[in-house]
Design a protein around this ligand. Sequence first.
Ligand code: SF4
Length: 269
Amino acid sequence: MEKFSPSRLKTYETCPRKYRFIYIDNLGPQFEKPRPELYLGNQIHAALRHFFETAPQERTLDLLHHLFRRAWASDGKRRETFADAAAEIPYGKRGLALLEQFFNQQDTRVIPYKLEEWVECPVDEKNALLGKIDRVDREPDGSLHLIDYKTGKAPSSLAYVQHDLQLPVYWLMAEATFGQPVSRISYLYLDRPQPITLQFGQAEIEAVRERVRKLIQAIESDQQFLPVSNPLCRYCDFQSICPLESRVSPQAAAAQDAEIEQAVQDLPF
Ligand code: SF4
């Protein structure tokens, strides 16, 4: 079975060329740069997991901060992510501040049903969806509340979240994995008191299943994986080999030109 995570599908939706660089050419290890924000997010997730594994009466802010420092200090990617202490300190302090906001604004006594659980759902006989859910709480009526922690900035518009594939795909996978109904799903931004919560009806979930199926078919039949200019290009690690960027070598540009010329030939007009 080929496994597709929500972020893998999202990468293809955003830019098929970037998808090819990562998932087909496997160029990630060569081009992807260390990301301090990602490192920070990973340590926060680890701290919150250990925090909610602890008995509710033992959960204090000091414990949460200690768990964060332990996760931070023990991750082998620390040295390659931060050049020196001056680069590291602002991110460490931001993590401590975010966790303090979380501790002061959220229910820290809750006993989750699942923590960092892998979920999966078949799409067809060859492909499946796969992902990991940060936290699953049980509602009073027995249904499930899926929670995804976010350490970045909340989007300014709800429309962005509503169009995002990630939340309904997690909903689909959770119902298939746990065999229990999901009643809501939330992005919990650590610096906001209120999560962004969505609910999906059966028709919406079926529409997403169809969207996923079509997306995977498009990936399977794509011969060119053309680049798509988008607002995230400026953060893209593959700019130096992207045909849409100017910093390509003459040889790479020539090869990419051939691909673009082929795409021109294939135009329906
Ligand atoms: S720079 Fe932009 S167009 Fe090029 S691969 Fe990256 S995301 Fe795609």
